[in-house]
Ligand binder design. Structure first.
Ligand code: WT7
Length: 590
Protein backbone atom coordinates (compact mmCIF):
# COMPACT_ATOMS: atom_id res chain seq x y z
CA UNK A 1 0.00 0.00 0.00
CA UNK A 2 2.96 2.25 0.40
CA UNK A 3 3.97 2.27 -3.23
CA UNK A 4 2.60 1.68 -6.66
CA UNK A 5 4.88 0.18 -9.28
CA UNK A 6 4.33 1.88 -12.56
CA UNK A 7 3.49 5.20 -10.90
CA UNK A 8 7.05 6.37 -11.29
CA UNK A 9 10.40 4.64 -11.71
CA UNK A 10 11.17 5.24 -8.05
CA UNK A 11 14.63 4.67 -6.65
CA UNK A 12 14.45 3.39 -3.14
CA UNK A 13 16.51 3.09 -0.04
CA UNK A 14 19.72 4.25 -1.64
CA UNK A 15 20.47 6.46 1.33
CA UNK A 16 20.21 3.92 4.11
CA UNK A 17 22.20 0.72 3.85
CA UNK A 18 20.63 -1.56 6.45
CA UNK A 19 23.03 -2.56 9.16
CA UNK A 20 23.74 -6.19 9.86
CA UNK A 21 23.21 -6.07 13.54
CA UNK A 22 24.35 -9.42 14.71
CA UNK A 23 27.62 -11.16 15.12
CA UNK A 24 28.06 -14.06 12.70
CA UNK A 25 25.83 -16.87 13.85
CA UNK A 26 28.28 -19.30 15.36
CA UNK A 27 25.85 -22.05 16.29
CA UNK A 28 24.19 -22.34 12.93
CA UNK A 29 26.76 -24.58 11.32
CA UNK A 30 24.31 -27.42 11.97
CA UNK A 31 21.62 -25.84 9.75
CA UNK A 32 20.06 -28.19 7.20
CA UNK A 33 20.92 -25.74 4.45
CA UNK A 34 24.55 -24.94 5.08
CA UNK A 35 25.50 -23.10 1.93
CA UNK A 36 22.70 -21.16 0.27
CA UNK A 37 24.72 -20.02 -2.72
CA UNK A 38 25.91 -23.50 -3.58
CA UNK A 39 22.41 -24.92 -3.17
CA UNK A 40 20.95 -22.17 -5.31
CA UNK A 41 23.31 -23.06 -8.14
CA UNK A 42 23.02 -26.81 -8.02
CA UNK A 43 19.52 -27.59 -6.88
CA UNK A 44 17.09 -29.91 -8.65
CA UNK A 45 13.55 -30.68 -7.43
CA UNK A 46 13.91 -34.23 -8.82
CA UNK A 47 16.21 -34.97 -5.90
CA UNK A 48 13.36 -34.11 -3.51
CA UNK A 49 10.87 -36.32 -5.36
CA UNK A 50 13.09 -39.27 -4.42
CA UNK A 51 12.33 -38.63 -0.74
CA UNK A 52 8.74 -39.75 -1.31
CA UNK A 53 7.51 -43.33 -1.61
CA UNK A 54 5.44 -42.39 -4.66
CA UNK A 55 8.64 -41.81 -6.62
CA UNK A 56 9.13 -45.60 -6.43
CA UNK A 57 5.56 -46.91 -6.29
CA UNK A 58 3.79 -44.38 -8.50
CA UNK A 59 0.99 -44.37 -5.91
CA UNK A 60 0.41 -40.86 -4.64
CA UNK A 61 -1.42 -39.68 -1.54
CA UNK A 62 -0.11 -37.13 0.91
CA UNK A 63 -1.55 -39.07 3.83
CA UNK A 64 0.73 -41.97 3.03
CA UNK A 65 3.78 -39.71 3.04
CA UNK A 66 2.71 -37.66 6.08
CA UNK A 67 1.30 -40.44 8.25
CA UNK A 68 1.28 -44.04 7.06
CA UNK A 69 4.91 -44.38 6.12
CA UNK A 70 5.98 -43.06 9.54
CA UNK A 71 3.50 -45.40 11.23
CA UNK A 72 5.26 -48.25 9.43
CA UNK A 73 8.71 -47.09 10.53
CA UNK A 74 10.60 -46.63 13.80
CA UNK A 75 8.78 -43.29 14.02
CA UNK A 76 5.50 -45.06 14.68
CA UNK A 77 5.47 -44.20 18.39
CA UNK A 78 6.88 -40.74 17.86
CA UNK A 79 4.72 -37.82 18.92
CA UNK A 80 2.98 -36.32 15.90
CA UNK A 81 0.62 -33.89 17.60
CA UNK A 82 0.54 -32.47 21.12
CA UNK A 83 -2.60 -30.47 21.81
CA UNK A 84 -3.86 -28.35 24.64
CA UNK A 85 -6.68 -25.85 24.89
CA UNK A 86 -5.64 -24.74 28.39
CA UNK A 87 -9.16 -25.63 29.46
CA UNK A 88 -8.92 -29.29 30.35
CA UNK A 89 -8.22 -30.89 27.02
CA UNK A 90 -4.67 -32.16 26.81
CA UNK A 91 -3.82 -34.78 24.22
CA UNK A 92 -0.90 -36.44 22.56
CA UNK A 93 -1.08 -38.45 19.43
CA UNK A 94 1.61 -40.51 17.73
CA UNK A 95 1.99 -41.19 14.01
CA UNK A 96 0.42 -44.58 14.63
CA UNK A 97 -2.53 -42.89 16.36
CA UNK A 98 -2.88 -40.51 13.44
CA UNK A 99 -2.99 -43.44 11.05
CA UNK A 100 -5.79 -45.06 13.05
CA UNK A 101 -7.77 -41.87 13.57
CA UNK A 102 -7.55 -40.72 9.96
CA UNK A 103 -8.46 -44.23 8.76
CA UNK A 104 -11.52 -44.35 10.94
CA UNK A 105 -12.82 -41.02 9.82
CA UNK A 106 -11.92 -41.76 6.20
CA UNK A 107 -14.10 -44.87 6.50
CA UNK A 108 -16.92 -42.78 7.96
CA UNK A 109 -16.69 -40.26 5.12
CA UNK A 110 -16.90 -43.04 2.55
CA UNK A 111 -19.90 -44.53 4.33
CA UNK A 112 -21.55 -41.15 4.06
CA UNK A 113 -21.02 -41.20 0.32
CA UNK A 114 -18.04 -38.87 -0.05
CA UNK A 115 -15.90 -39.79 -3.04
CA UNK A 116 -12.57 -39.01 -4.63
CA UNK A 117 -12.44 -35.45 -5.95
CA UNK A 118 -15.42 -34.26 -3.85
CA UNK A 119 -14.86 -31.08 -1.87
CA UNK A 120 -15.42 -31.30 1.87
CA UNK A 121 -15.44 -28.26 4.15
CA UNK A 122 -13.87 -28.25 7.57
CA UNK A 123 -15.39 -25.65 9.87
CA UNK A 124 -14.10 -26.38 13.34
CA UNK A 125 -12.23 -24.75 16.17
CA UNK A 126 -8.57 -25.62 16.41
CA UNK A 127 -8.75 -29.11 17.89
CA UNK A 128 -7.14 -32.45 17.00
CA UNK A 129 -10.32 -33.35 15.06
CA UNK A 130 -9.64 -30.49 12.63
CA UNK A 131 -6.24 -31.97 11.76
CA UNK A 132 -7.65 -35.49 11.64
CA UNK A 133 -10.53 -34.37 9.43
CA UNK A 134 -8.27 -32.70 6.87
CA UNK A 135 -6.03 -35.74 6.55
CA UNK A 136 -9.02 -38.13 6.48
CA UNK A 137 -10.50 -36.16 3.59
CA UNK A 138 -7.12 -36.49 1.86
CA UNK A 139 -7.05 -40.21 2.62
CA UNK A 140 -10.10 -40.86 0.44
CA UNK A 141 -8.80 -38.55 -2.28
CA UNK A 142 -11.39 -35.87 -1.60
CA UNK A 143 -10.33 -32.23 -1.35
CA UNK A 144 -10.47 -30.38 1.97
CA UNK A 145 -11.75 -26.80 2.00
CA UNK A 146 -10.61 -25.52 5.41
CA UNK A 147 -12.68 -22.64 6.77
CA UNK A 148 -11.56 -20.35 9.54
CA UNK A 149 -13.58 -20.77 12.70
CA UNK A 150 -14.41 -17.06 12.92
CA UNK A 151 -16.19 -16.94 9.55
CA UNK A 152 -19.81 -15.87 9.68
CA UNK A 153 -22.63 -16.86 7.38
CA UNK A 154 -21.72 -14.88 4.26
CA UNK A 155 -18.09 -16.01 4.29
CA UNK A 156 -19.11 -19.64 4.84
CA UNK A 157 -21.72 -19.51 2.09
CA UNK A 158 -19.28 -17.99 -0.40
CA UNK A 159 -16.67 -20.68 0.15
CA UNK A 160 -18.82 -23.78 0.47
CA UNK A 161 -21.00 -22.55 -2.39
CA UNK A 162 -18.17 -21.79 -4.79
CA UNK A 163 -16.39 -25.07 -4.08
CA UNK A 164 -19.70 -26.98 -4.28
CA UNK A 165 -18.75 -28.90 -1.17
CA UNK A 166 -20.84 -32.04 -0.65
CA UNK A 167 -20.18 -32.28 3.08
CA UNK A 168 -18.80 -30.22 5.93
CA UNK A 169 -17.20 -31.33 9.17
CA UNK A 170 -18.30 -28.91 11.86
CA UNK A 171 -19.52 -28.58 15.43
CA UNK A 172 -22.92 -27.99 17.04
CA UNK A 173 -21.79 -24.47 17.98
CA UNK A 174 -20.73 -23.51 14.45
CA UNK A 175 -23.30 -25.31 12.30
CA UNK A 176 -25.84 -22.48 12.63
CA UNK A 177 -23.58 -20.34 10.42
CA UNK A 178 -23.86 -22.77 7.51
CA UNK A 179 -26.84 -21.60 5.43
CA UNK A 180 -27.93 -25.01 4.15
CA UNK A 181 -30.86 -23.65 2.14
CA UNK A 182 -28.46 -21.61 0.03
CA UNK A 183 -26.10 -24.54 -0.46
CA UNK A 184 -27.97 -27.14 -2.51
CA UNK A 185 -24.87 -29.29 -3.09
CA UNK A 186 -24.10 -29.60 0.62
CA UNK A 187 -25.76 -32.88 1.60
CA UNK A 188 -24.07 -33.76 4.85
CA UNK A 189 -22.94 -32.16 8.07
CA UNK A 190 -20.68 -34.22 10.27
CA UNK A 191 -20.79 -32.89 13.80
CA UNK A 192 -17.90 -33.22 16.22
CA UNK A 193 -19.20 -33.38 19.78
CA UNK A 194 -22.92 -33.63 19.00
CA UNK A 195 -25.19 -34.70 21.80
CA UNK A 196 -28.86 -35.44 21.41
CA UNK A 197 -30.93 -35.82 18.29
CA UNK A 198 -29.45 -35.39 14.83
CA UNK A 199 -31.25 -34.06 11.76
CA UNK A 200 -31.53 -36.46 8.80
CA UNK A 201 -28.63 -34.76 6.99
CA UNK A 202 -26.42 -34.86 10.07
CA UNK A 203 -24.02 -37.50 11.31
CA UNK A 204 -22.05 -37.70 14.52
CA UNK A 205 -18.27 -37.84 14.17
CA UNK A 206 -18.01 -39.97 17.31
CA UNK A 207 -20.70 -42.44 16.25
CA UNK A 208 -19.49 -42.70 12.69
CA UNK A 209 -15.94 -43.50 13.77
CA UNK A 210 -16.78 -45.74 16.74
CA UNK A 211 -16.82 -49.05 14.90
CA UNK A 212 -14.73 -48.09 11.93
CA UNK A 213 -11.61 -50.04 10.94
CA UNK A 214 -8.17 -48.90 12.13
CA UNK A 215 -6.75 -49.00 8.65
CA UNK A 216 -8.13 -47.69 5.41
CA UNK A 217 -5.86 -47.79 2.40
CA UNK A 218 -5.41 -44.33 0.89
CA UNK A 219 -7.11 -43.63 -2.40
CA UNK A 220 -4.21 -43.69 -4.81
CA UNK A 221 -3.90 -40.53 -6.84
CA UNK A 222 -1.56 -38.84 -9.27
CA UNK A 223 0.65 -35.87 -8.44
CA UNK A 224 -1.82 -33.69 -10.35
CA UNK A 225 -4.84 -34.56 -8.22
CA UNK A 226 -6.20 -32.10 -5.68
CA UNK A 227 -4.65 -31.60 -2.26
CA UNK A 228 -6.52 -28.68 -0.72
CA UNK A 229 -8.45 -25.54 -1.67
CA UNK A 230 -7.78 -22.35 0.24
CA UNK A 231 -9.97 -19.30 -0.30
CA UNK A 232 -8.27 -15.97 -0.40
CA UNK A 233 -9.18 -12.37 -1.10
CA UNK A 234 -8.25 -10.27 -4.07
CA UNK A 235 -8.87 -6.60 -4.70
CA UNK A 236 -12.05 -7.19 -6.69
CA UNK A 237 -14.90 -9.68 -6.35
CA UNK A 238 -15.55 -12.46 -3.89
CA UNK A 239 -12.79 -14.56 -2.45
CA UNK A 240 -11.38 -17.16 -4.82
CA UNK A 241 -10.33 -20.74 -4.24
CA UNK A 242 -6.68 -21.59 -4.84
CA UNK A 243 -6.57 -25.30 -5.69
CA UNK A 244 -3.30 -27.03 -4.90
CA UNK A 245 -2.02 -30.32 -6.29
CA UNK A 246 -0.67 -33.33 -4.45
CA UNK A 247 2.71 -32.46 -5.96
CA UNK A 248 2.81 -29.40 -3.69
CA UNK A 249 4.10 -31.72 -0.95
CA UNK A 250 7.49 -31.62 -2.68
CA UNK A 251 7.67 -27.89 -2.01
CA UNK A 252 6.27 -28.15 1.53
CA UNK A 253 8.81 -30.80 2.41
CA UNK A 254 11.90 -29.06 1.15
CA UNK A 255 11.05 -25.60 2.44
CA UNK A 256 10.22 -27.10 5.85
CA UNK A 257 13.67 -28.63 5.75
CA UNK A 258 15.69 -25.66 4.52
CA UNK A 259 13.73 -22.54 5.54
CA UNK A 260 12.05 -23.75 8.74
CA UNK A 261 15.19 -25.86 9.26
CA UNK A 262 13.11 -28.68 10.78
CA UNK A 263 14.94 -31.77 11.94
CA UNK A 264 13.95 -35.03 13.53
CA UNK A 265 14.37 -34.00 17.17
CA UNK A 266 12.42 -30.76 16.87
CA UNK A 267 9.31 -29.75 18.73
CA UNK A 268 7.70 -27.49 16.21
CA UNK A 269 5.00 -24.91 16.82
CA UNK A 270 3.21 -23.35 13.86
CA UNK A 271 0.78 -20.88 15.35
CA UNK A 272 -1.41 -20.58 12.24
CA UNK A 273 -4.88 -22.07 11.97
CA UNK A 274 -5.43 -24.56 9.11
CA UNK A 275 -8.19 -22.24 7.93
CA UNK A 276 -5.28 -20.33 6.39
CA UNK A 277 -2.69 -21.80 4.06
CA UNK A 278 0.15 -21.52 6.59
CA UNK A 279 -1.78 -23.86 8.88
CA UNK A 280 -1.91 -26.60 6.23
CA UNK A 281 1.31 -26.20 4.22
CA UNK A 282 3.36 -25.71 7.41
CA UNK A 283 0.96 -26.95 10.08
CA UNK A 284 0.27 -30.32 8.41
CA UNK A 285 1.90 -31.24 5.11
CA UNK A 286 5.43 -29.88 5.52
CA UNK A 287 6.18 -30.97 9.10
CA UNK A 288 4.43 -34.32 8.89
CA UNK A 289 5.90 -35.41 5.56
CA UNK A 290 9.18 -34.86 7.44
CA UNK A 291 7.92 -36.82 10.46
CA UNK A 292 8.27 -33.90 12.89
CA UNK A 293 6.49 -33.51 16.26
CA UNK A 294 4.06 -30.58 16.28
CA UNK A 295 2.37 -28.57 18.98
CA UNK A 296 -1.12 -27.14 18.49
CA UNK A 297 -2.95 -24.95 20.95
CA UNK A 298 -6.62 -24.07 20.99
CA UNK A 299 -8.37 -21.07 22.43
CA UNK A 300 -7.80 -17.37 22.05
CA UNK A 301 -4.52 -15.50 21.80
CA UNK A 302 -3.05 -14.87 25.23
CA UNK A 303 0.57 -13.85 25.88
CA UNK A 304 0.94 -15.97 29.01
CA UNK A 305 -0.37 -19.07 27.23
CA UNK A 306 1.90 -18.50 24.29
CA UNK A 307 5.07 -18.34 26.38
CA UNK A 308 3.80 -21.16 28.52
CA UNK A 309 3.38 -23.29 25.39
CA UNK A 310 7.06 -22.83 24.55
CA UNK A 311 8.07 -23.70 28.09
CA UNK A 312 5.71 -26.62 28.60
CA UNK A 313 6.47 -28.42 25.34
CA UNK A 314 10.08 -27.24 25.09
CA UNK A 315 9.34 -25.85 21.65
CA UNK A 316 12.49 -25.68 19.52
CA UNK A 317 11.18 -24.19 16.29
CA UNK A 318 8.53 -21.47 16.26
CA UNK A 319 6.72 -20.23 13.14
CA UNK A 320 4.48 -17.25 13.68
CA UNK A 321 3.54 -13.84 12.31
CA UNK A 322 4.53 -10.20 12.81
CA UNK A 323 1.16 -9.29 14.25
CA UNK A 324 1.61 -11.94 16.95
CA UNK A 325 5.16 -10.78 17.71
CA UNK A 326 3.88 -7.20 17.97
CA UNK A 327 1.05 -8.23 20.28
CA UNK A 328 3.52 -10.06 22.49
CA UNK A 329 5.76 -7.00 22.40
CA UNK A 330 2.93 -4.70 23.48
CA UNK A 331 2.12 -7.05 26.38
CA UNK A 332 5.51 -6.15 27.83
CA UNK A 333 8.71 -7.77 28.99
CA UNK A 334 7.57 -8.91 32.42
CA UNK A 335 5.55 -11.80 30.98
CA UNK A 336 8.32 -13.57 29.00
CA UNK A 337 10.60 -13.22 32.01
CA UNK A 338 8.33 -15.62 33.88
CA UNK A 339 8.95 -18.40 31.39
CA UNK A 340 11.85 -20.49 30.21
CA UNK A 341 12.20 -19.94 26.47
CA UNK A 342 15.67 -21.44 26.12
CA UNK A 343 14.48 -24.51 24.24
CA UNK A 344 14.01 -22.38 21.11
CA UNK A 345 16.66 -22.71 18.41
CA UNK A 346 15.01 -21.15 15.35
CA UNK A 347 12.17 -18.74 14.63
CA UNK A 348 10.46 -17.79 11.36
CA UNK A 349 7.84 -15.23 10.41
CA UNK A 350 5.23 -14.91 7.68
CA UNK A 351 2.26 -12.85 6.57
CA UNK A 352 3.51 -9.28 6.42
CA UNK A 353 6.81 -7.52 6.74
CA UNK A 354 8.40 -7.95 10.13
CA UNK A 355 9.27 -4.50 11.36
CA UNK A 356 12.75 -4.09 12.81
CA UNK A 357 11.44 -3.23 16.31
CA UNK A 358 9.46 -6.45 16.49
CA UNK A 359 12.42 -8.46 15.17
CA UNK A 360 14.76 -6.93 17.73
CA UNK A 361 12.30 -7.49 20.52
CA UNK A 362 11.89 -11.19 19.73
CA UNK A 363 15.66 -11.41 19.59
CA UNK A 364 15.87 -9.75 22.98
CA UNK A 365 13.52 -12.16 24.73
CA UNK A 366 14.59 -15.36 22.96
CA UNK A 367 18.11 -14.64 21.74
CA UNK A 368 16.93 -15.47 18.21
CA UNK A 369 15.90 -13.20 15.35
CA UNK A 370 12.82 -14.30 13.40
CA UNK A 371 13.66 -15.19 9.81
CA UNK A 372 11.35 -13.91 7.09
CA UNK A 373 9.49 -16.24 4.80
CA UNK A 374 7.54 -14.61 1.97
CA UNK A 375 4.84 -16.47 0.11
CA UNK A 376 1.13 -16.44 -0.65
CA UNK A 377 -1.93 -18.64 -0.54
CA UNK A 378 -1.54 -19.04 -4.29
CA UNK A 379 2.15 -19.96 -4.16
CA UNK A 380 1.47 -22.75 -1.65
CA UNK A 381 5.01 -22.68 -0.29
CA UNK A 382 7.67 -20.27 0.91
CA UNK A 383 9.50 -18.62 -1.95
CA UNK A 384 11.63 -15.80 -0.55
CA UNK A 385 13.30 -16.43 2.77
CA UNK A 386 16.12 -15.67 5.11
CA UNK A 387 18.01 -18.83 5.97
CA UNK A 388 19.37 -19.94 9.30
CA UNK A 389 22.94 -20.32 8.11
CA UNK A 390 23.13 -16.85 6.62
CA UNK A 391 23.18 -13.39 8.18
CA UNK A 392 20.80 -10.98 6.53
CA UNK A 393 20.13 -7.25 6.64
CA UNK A 394 17.34 -6.45 9.06
CA UNK A 395 14.11 -5.61 7.27
CA UNK A 396 14.84 -7.47 4.05
CA UNK A 397 12.43 -10.12 2.80
CA UNK A 398 15.17 -12.54 1.77
CA UNK A 399 16.39 -14.47 -1.23
CA UNK A 400 14.57 -16.88 -3.54
CA UNK A 401 14.39 -20.45 -2.35
CA UNK A 402 16.75 -22.77 -4.26
CA UNK A 403 15.02 -24.10 -7.36
CA UNK A 404 12.87 -20.99 -7.70
CA UNK A 405 13.39 -17.60 -9.31
CA UNK A 406 11.83 -14.44 -7.90
CA UNK A 407 12.70 -10.95 -9.06
CA UNK A 408 11.45 -7.42 -9.69
CA UNK A 409 10.16 -6.32 -13.10
CA UNK A 410 8.51 -3.33 -14.73
CA UNK A 411 5.06 -3.35 -16.37
CA UNK A 412 6.53 -4.95 -19.49
CA UNK A 413 8.16 -7.80 -17.57
CA UNK A 414 11.72 -6.50 -17.94
CA UNK A 415 13.91 -7.11 -14.91
CA UNK A 416 14.83 -3.95 -13.07
CA UNK A 417 18.29 -3.07 -11.82
CA UNK A 418 18.99 -2.99 -8.07
CA UNK A 419 17.21 -0.25 -6.15
CA UNK A 420 14.32 0.22 -8.55
CA UNK A 421 10.81 -0.38 -7.36
CA UNK A 422 8.67 -2.73 -9.42
CA UNK A 423 6.42 -5.76 -9.41
CA UNK A 424 7.53 -8.69 -7.30
CA UNK A 425 7.20 -11.66 -9.66
CA UNK A 426 8.12 -15.35 -9.71
CA UNK A 427 9.06 -17.58 -12.62
CA UNK A 428 6.19 -20.10 -12.93
CA UNK A 429 6.84 -23.76 -12.32
CA UNK A 430 7.79 -24.11 -8.65
CA UNK A 431 6.37 -27.31 -7.09
CA UNK A 432 3.41 -25.91 -5.18
CA UNK A 433 2.17 -23.26 -7.55
CA UNK A 434 -1.64 -23.34 -7.44
CA UNK A 435 -3.14 -25.54 -10.12
CA UNK A 436 -6.11 -23.30 -10.75
CA UNK A 437 -8.43 -20.77 -9.22
CA UNK A 438 -11.35 -23.07 -8.59
CA UNK A 439 -13.48 -22.99 -11.72
CA UNK A 440 -12.35 -19.49 -12.59
CA UNK A 441 -9.79 -19.56 -15.43
CA UNK A 442 -10.18 -15.82 -15.99
CA UNK A 443 -9.03 -15.00 -12.45
CA UNK A 444 -6.21 -17.51 -12.79
CA UNK A 445 -4.93 -15.83 -15.94
CA UNK A 446 -4.79 -12.48 -14.16
CA UNK A 447 -1.84 -13.75 -12.14
CA UNK A 448 0.11 -14.12 -15.38
CA UNK A 449 -0.77 -10.74 -16.86
CA UNK A 450 2.90 -9.86 -17.31
CA UNK A 451 4.03 -12.44 -19.87
CA UNK A 452 6.43 -15.02 -18.49
CA UNK A 453 5.79 -14.22 -14.81
CA UNK A 454 3.53 -15.02 -11.89
CA UNK A 455 2.55 -11.57 -10.58
CA UNK A 456 2.28 -11.46 -6.80
CA UNK A 457 0.53 -8.12 -6.42
CA UNK A 458 3.35 -6.94 -4.14
CA UNK A 459 5.87 -4.25 -4.97
CA UNK A 460 9.52 -4.65 -4.08
CA UNK A 461 13.06 -3.89 -5.06
CA UNK A 462 16.22 -5.93 -5.22
CA UNK A 463 19.50 -4.75 -3.71
CA UNK A 464 23.08 -5.18 -4.96
CA UNK A 465 23.49 -8.39 -2.91
CA UNK A 466 20.41 -9.97 -4.44
CA UNK A 467 18.17 -9.52 -1.40
CA UNK A 468 14.56 -8.67 -2.15
CA UNK A 469 12.85 -5.94 -0.12
CA UNK A 470 9.07 -6.01 0.10
CA UNK A 471 7.65 -2.50 -0.16
CA UNK A 472 3.89 -2.97 0.03
CA UNK A 473 0.93 -4.25 -1.90
CA UNK A 474 0.55 -2.81 -5.37
CA UNK A 475 -3.19 -3.54 -5.40
CA UNK A 476 -5.89 -2.69 -2.85
CA UNK A 477 -5.72 -5.94 -0.87
CA UNK A 478 -5.56 -5.20 2.87
CA UNK A 479 -3.32 -7.11 5.23
CA UNK A 480 -4.80 -6.79 8.69
CA UNK A 481 -3.25 -8.76 11.54
CA UNK A 482 -1.56 -10.86 8.85
CA UNK A 483 -4.82 -11.79 7.18
CA UNK A 484 -5.76 -10.86 3.69
CA UNK A 485 -9.02 -8.99 3.33
CA UNK A 486 -10.47 -7.91 0.01
CA UNK A 487 -11.90 -4.37 0.11
CA UNK A 488 -14.68 -5.41 -2.26
CA UNK A 489 -15.96 -8.08 0.13
CA UNK A 490 -16.12 -5.61 2.99
CA UNK A 491 -17.75 -2.98 0.78
CA UNK A 492 -20.37 -5.55 -0.29
CA UNK A 493 -21.06 -6.40 3.33
CA UNK A 494 -21.31 -2.70 4.22
CA UNK A 495 -23.81 -1.78 1.53
CA UNK A 496 -26.08 -4.60 2.72
CA UNK A 497 -26.63 -2.57 5.89
CA UNK A 498 -29.95 -0.69 5.65
CA UNK A 499 -28.40 2.71 6.45
CA UNK A 500 -25.49 2.48 3.99
CA UNK A 501 -25.77 3.89 0.47
CA UNK A 502 -22.15 3.53 -0.68
CA UNK A 503 -18.93 2.34 0.90
CA UNK A 504 -15.23 2.43 0.10
CA UNK A 505 -12.67 0.53 2.15
CA UNK A 506 -8.92 0.95 2.62
CA UNK A 507 -6.17 -0.31 4.91
CA UNK A 508 -4.94 2.29 7.39
CA UNK A 509 -1.46 1.78 8.85
CA UNK A 510 -1.54 0.53 12.45
CA UNK A 511 1.38 -0.22 14.78
CA UNK A 512 0.12 -3.63 15.98
CA UNK A 513 -2.08 -4.94 13.20
CA UNK A 514 -0.01 -3.69 10.27
CA UNK A 515 -3.16 -2.18 8.83
CA UNK A 516 -6.68 -1.79 10.10
CA UNK A 517 -9.76 -1.66 7.94
CA UNK A 518 -11.16 1.81 7.51
CA UNK A 519 -14.48 2.37 5.77
CA UNK A 520 -15.75 5.54 4.16
CA UNK A 521 -19.52 5.37 4.13
CA UNK A 522 -22.26 7.54 2.68
CA UNK A 523 -25.70 7.16 4.20
CA UNK A 524 -29.09 6.61 2.67
CA UNK A 525 -31.72 9.35 2.98
CA UNK A 526 -33.24 9.52 6.43
CA UNK A 527 -30.15 8.25 8.31
CA UNK A 528 -28.02 10.51 10.45
CA UNK A 529 -24.34 9.96 11.26
CA UNK A 530 -23.76 8.93 14.88
CA UNK A 531 -21.31 6.92 16.97
CA UNK A 532 -24.08 4.43 17.61
CA UNK A 533 -24.60 3.94 13.88
CA UNK A 534 -20.85 3.39 13.38
CA UNK A 535 -20.93 0.65 15.98
CA UNK A 536 -24.01 -0.86 14.44
CA UNK A 537 -22.45 -0.93 10.96
CA UNK A 538 -19.21 -2.48 12.25
CA UNK A 539 -21.18 -5.16 14.14
CA UNK A 540 -23.17 -5.85 11.01
CA UNK A 541 -20.00 -6.71 9.06
CA UNK A 542 -18.65 -8.69 11.99
CA UNK A 543 -21.82 -10.78 12.18
CA UNK A 544 -22.15 -11.41 8.47
CA UNK A 545 -18.57 -11.78 7.25
CA UNK A 546 -15.98 -12.18 10.01
CA UNK A 547 -14.69 -10.19 12.96
CA UNK A 548 -11.30 -9.59 11.33
CA UNK A 549 -13.03 -8.11 8.26
CA UNK A 550 -15.08 -5.55 10.21
CA UNK A 551 -13.97 -1.92 9.93
CA UNK A 552 -12.28 -0.61 13.04
CA UNK A 553 -12.78 2.93 11.81
CA UNK A 554 -15.69 4.38 9.93
CA UNK A 555 -15.88 7.87 8.45
CA UNK A 556 -19.13 9.26 7.10
CA UNK A 557 -18.81 11.08 3.78
CA UNK A 558 -21.33 12.73 1.46
CA UNK A 559 -20.13 10.75 -1.50
CA UNK A 560 -17.68 7.91 -2.05
CA UNK A 561 -15.21 9.00 -4.77
CA UNK A 562 -15.61 6.95 -7.95
CA UNK A 563 -14.35 7.00 -11.48
CA UNK A 564 -16.79 7.78 -14.24
CA UNK A 565 -16.99 4.06 -14.90
CA UNK A 566 -18.04 3.47 -11.29
CA UNK A 567 -14.82 2.12 -9.75
CA UNK A 568 -14.17 3.24 -6.20
CA UNK A 569 -11.06 5.43 -6.09
CA UNK A 570 -9.35 3.98 -3.05
CA UNK A 571 -6.30 6.08 -3.82
CA UNK A 572 -8.40 9.16 -3.04
CA UNK A 573 -9.68 7.56 0.17
CA UNK A 574 -6.10 6.89 1.28
CA UNK A 575 -5.16 10.49 0.60
CA UNK A 576 -8.19 11.71 2.54
CA UNK A 577 -7.23 9.49 5.41
CA UNK A 578 -3.69 10.83 5.55
CA UNK A 579 -4.79 14.40 4.91
CA UNK A 580 -2.66 14.42 1.76
CA UNK A 581 -3.39 15.96 -1.63
CA UNK A 582 -5.58 13.68 -3.75
CA UNK A 583 -3.51 13.99 -6.91
CA UNK A 584 -4.98 13.63 -10.38
CA UNK A 585 -8.77 13.28 -10.13
CA UNK A 586 -9.60 13.97 -13.76
CA UNK A 587 -11.20 10.52 -14.07
CA UNK A 588 -13.42 11.10 -11.05
CA UNK A 589 -17.16 11.33 -11.65
CA UNK A 590 -18.76 14.75 -11.17
C1 WT7 B 1 0.56 -11.68 0.96
C2 WT7 B 1 -0.01 -13.07 0.82
C3 WT7 B 1 1.32 -17.41 2.75
C4 WT7 B 1 1.11 -17.30 4.12
C5 WT7 B 1 0.56 -16.10 4.72
C6 WT7 B 1 0.09 -15.00 3.84
C7 WT7 B 1 2.14 -10.64 2.30
C8 WT7 B 1 3.38 -12.66 3.17
C9 WT7 B 1 5.27 -11.76 3.78
C10 WT7 B 1 6.57 -11.39 4.24
C11 WT7 B 1 6.10 -9.19 3.59
C12 WT7 B 1 4.45 -10.76 3.24
C13 WT7 B 1 2.37 -10.24 0.86
C14 WT7 B 1 1.76 -11.40 0.10
N1 WT7 B 1 3.29 -11.34 2.88
N2 WT7 B 1 4.58 -12.92 3.72
N3 WT7 B 1 7.41 -12.29 4.76
N4 WT7 B 1 6.94 -10.10 4.12
N5 WT7 B 1 4.87 -9.48 3.15
O1 WT7 B 1 -0.62 -15.43 2.74
O2 WT7 B 1 -2.83 -14.32 3.02
O3 WT7 B 1 -2.11 -15.30 0.81
O4 WT7 B 1 -1.07 -13.20 1.71
O5 WT7 B 1 1.03 -11.51 2.29
O6 WT7 B 1 1.67 -9.07 0.59
O7 WT7 B 1 1.39 -11.09 -1.22
P1 WT7 B 1 -1.73 -14.61 2.05
Amino acid sequence: MTSQPGDSPARVAASEPAAIEWERKPKTIDANLKDYDAAYKGFDWKSVEREFDWSKTGKVNVVHEAVDRHAASPRKDKLALAFTDFAGRDERCTFQDLKRLTSRFAHALRQLGVKKGDRVGTFLPRTPELYIAILSINRIGAIPVPLFEAFMEQAVEDRLGDSEAVACVTSPALKGRIPLKKLPKLKRLILVGASGALAPNEASYEQATANAPDWVEPEWLTVDDGLVIHYTSGSTGKSKGALHRQYAMVGHYQTSKWALDLRDDDVYWCTADPGWVTGTSYGIYGPWTLGISSVVIGGRFDPDRWYETIQRYKVTMWYSAPTAYRMLMSAGEAIPKKYDLKSLRHICSVGEPLNPEALKWVKKITGLAPHETWWMTETGMQLICNYRSKDFPIGCTGKPFPGTYATVVNDQGRELPPGELGHLVVKPGWPSMMKEIWRNPVKYQEYFRIPGWYVSGDSAYRDEQGYLWYQGRADDVIKTAGERVGPFEVESALVAHPAVAEAGVIGKPDPVRGHIIKAFVSLRKGHQPSEQLKQDIADFVKNNLAAHAAPREIAFVDKVPKTRSGKIMRRVLRAWDLGQPVGDISTMEE
